[in-house]
Design a protein around this ligand. Structure first.
Ligand SMILES: C=C(OP(=O)(O)O)C(=O)O
Ligand SMILES: [Mg+2]
Length: 648
């Protein structure tokens, strides 16, 4: 176990060119963990406070105060804490801040430290972050919800909906899903070009064309999917983040040029979901429209996923209310909305325990930090949204998931269709068939506290192999053990799963050999089982015959039976009785043919000696005496009586 020795922090830039904070935590075993904090644009009103400097520097967006909070307050307090005691570390951070929304030290400062501690602890334990946080069962690769068309506050256009996402649910692996998503992304660019629309990018890497309405965006994406040969609704499904709080003003939704009520918005979504293969809608309504959320969940919740982002802000209290009031059925998970790893994991846990699905999420302002990719696998949440397959701060997360999938190897499972339970029962296709088809129309600085980042220089001088490139990176080769690429997988090649690995091939071979060697024994065994069954049948036949004979023997002890047989078979009668015999046309007795033998002749009949019968059977087998056999001949026993003349 390693304890915290020093905590450093600096101001860096995010993907929008705005300052954000990066924290480094050094442990006494020389390990360093690094984390950078993201930042949103369409932030929820109930998010933890992101501390900014104000003033003129960076338009007031500097994070010098947050850096100071780490260096001067948090760092000295944490020195000596066990890095693996994440809950204790995070609890101390909340205590130090002392406010309900982290307004004192800043959620950005606290989160940076919290995540950097986790990274350092994982590295110190020689584990990739997803394994360290998720334990041995972390194995589920999430469906990438790729935001390929940006609107709302992420683009300078008139498109109201903030994110139009595609989800490649039909892929077998994450790698394949990523490839499919990228091909739709490129096809969309071609479609936009053909139509003379802009192909510039929004904040999350999606295209940002100006469109007359939101349906137009879905139609363009549908055409793009078709262009790739994939099938919308089967291979690729759609998801939206409406970010409705952004256009909820003066008690109404200012949507597509008109003020709409909550009920009108709900009707619009129901119609949209019936027209397009939409599986998930995030923030369809305002963050305080609890009644609207509940009625929309009651109406649509069994068919599509309704995700609370600004509604829940990854906060267990707001999520608890949503669970009680059935306000949604899924939670968007953003680490910086709540501001610590422990609280993030608690929210995911609460959601899962109450049947809510979770989607791990980036922010529109991102960095090269890939923590959320590891958290998506650590929590087995099955869904991640981290933008388009473009712009390095977005693809950094997708690339990290490729590495994790490779590291998990045969243990990896891609969430695919199963990430959205309503799809399992075919709800999507039936919904689609009911609807109409689509086609409508201070200077950046680096300072440290405590004993200084001594470990930093110590460890930095020992480069690590592979993608781990720690500190700050995820799963990669274990120390000094470069990971081999799985056989047969070339760079850039999709690796469809399931595939025949070397181990599987050997297993198949061994099974084949075993089958061949056991085949004859198996045949003999089956033969014996058949023979045994035949013997059992013949034994039970013999038992039945013996029982019959015993019954017959018993009957012969009964004088009445003897009398009856004597009467029937030999025509005998008792003294005083008169017997009749019916004769046939030839004057012979009709009926039985039994005659009594002379008892002395019966007893006198001697059995042949054993060798005589044995020899006789040999002779008979060689020369069967067919002529001597009793061949029954048909005989006329009775003739019809002559018919009287008058009846002729
Ligand atoms: C990622 C999102 O955007 P932002 O980070 O701007 O809140 C979102 O709203 O889900
Ligand atoms: Mg959102």
């Amino acid at each position: 176990m390693a304890s915290i020795e020093a905590v450093g922090a600096r101001e860096i830039l995010d993907s929008r060119g705005n300052p954000t904070i990066e924290v480094e935590v050094a442990l006494d075993d020389g390990t360093i963990g690094r984390a950078a904090v993201p930042s949103g644009a369409s932030t929820g009103a109930f998010e933890a406070v992101e501390l900014r400097d104000g003033g003129t520097r960076y338009g007031g967006k500097g994070v010098g105060k947050a850096v100071d909070a780490v260096l001067d307050v948090i760092g000295p307090e944490l020195v000596g804490f066990e890095a693996s005691e994440q809950r204790l570390v995070d609890a101390r951070l909340l205590e130090l801040d002392g406010t309900p929304n982290k307004a004192q030290l800043g959620a950005n400062a606290i989160l940076g430290v919290s995540l950097a501690v986790a990274r350092a602890a994982a590295d110190s334990a020689d584990l990739p972050l997803f394994r360290y946080v998720g334990g041995p069962n972390a194995h589920l690769l999430p469906v990438p919800m790729m935001n390929i068309l940006n609107g709302g506050s992420h683009a300078d256009t008139g498109v109201d909906v903030q994110e139009f996402m595609i989800a490649p649910i039909g892929a077998a692996t994450f790698r394949e899903a990523l490839e499919q998503g990228a091909s739709v992304y490129h096809a969309l660019k071609a479609v936009l070009k053909e139509k003379g629309l802009a192909t510039g990018l929004g904040d999350e890497g999606g295209f940002a064309p100006d469109l007359p309405n939101n349906r137009e965006a879905l139609d363009l994406i549908t055409v793009a999917v078709e262009k790739t040969g994939l099938v919308a609704g089967k291979d690729i499904v759609f998801a939206l983040d409406v970010a409705a709080s952004e256009f909820f003003t003066d008690g109404a939704y200012q949507f597509e040029g008109a003020a709409k009520t909550s009920a009108e918005m709900q009707a619009y979504y129901a119609d949209l979901a019936a027209s397009y293969p939409i599986v998930s809608i995030e923030d369809p309504l305002d963050e305080e429209d609890w009644a609207g959320w509940a009625s929309m969940t009651a109406e649509l919740g069994s068919k599509i996923q309704l995700v609370g982002d600004d509604l829940f802000v990854t906060n267990v209290e707001r999520l608890g209310r949503g669970i009680t009031e059935q306000s949604a059925n899924a939670l968007l998970v953003k680490v910086n909305q709540i501001g610590s790893l422990t609280e993030t994991l608690d929210s995911v846990d609460l959601a899962h325990r109450n049947g809510f699905r979770c989607m791990m999420s980036h922010r529109s302002g991102e960095t090269e930090d890939t923590t959320i990719a590891d958290l998506a696998v650590a929590t087995n949440c099955g869904q991640i949204k981290t933008g388009a397959p473009a712009r390095s701060e977005r693809v950094a997360k997708y690339n990290q998931l490729l590495r994790i999938e490779e590291e998990l190897d045969d243990a990896a499972r891609y969430a695919g269709r199963g990430a959205f339970p309503p799809l399992r029962s075919g709800a999507l296709s039936s919904r689609m068939s009911q609807g109409r088809p689509s086609g409508r129309g201070q200077d950046p600085r680096r300072r440290t506290t405590g004993s200084g980042p001594r470990g930093a220089s110590r460890r930095a001088s020992t480069p690590r192999p592979g993608p781990g490139a720690r500190p700050g990176a995820g799963p990669g080769p274990r120390r000094g053990v470069p990971r081999q690429r799985p056989p047969g997988r070339g760079p850039g090649q999709a690796a469809p799963r399931p595939r025949l690995t070397g181990r599987a091939a050997i297993l198949v071979l061994v099974l084949a050999v075993l089958m061949v060697s056991y085949a004859s024994s198996m045949r003999a065994y089956l033969e014996q089982r058949r023979h045994q069954a035949a013997l059992s049948a013949s034994i039970s036949d013999s038992r039945a015959t013996i029982a019959d004979l015993q019954r017959e023997k018993k009957r012969w002890k009964d004088p009445a039976y003897v009398r009856t047989i004597a009467h029937q078979r030999f025509g005998w009668v008792l003294p005083g009785e008169i017997g009749f015999q019916v004769l046939d046309d030839d004057g012979k007795p009709l009926g039985h043919t039994d005659t009594l033998s002379d008892p002395s002749a019966v007893t006198a009949a001697s059995r042949p000696l054993w060798w005589q019968s044995a020899w006789g059977s040999v002779v008979t087998a060689g020369k069967p005496d067919v002529a001597a056999r009793d061949v029954p001949q048909p005989v006329t026993k009775i003739k019809p009586p002559p018919v009287p003349k008058e009846k002729q």
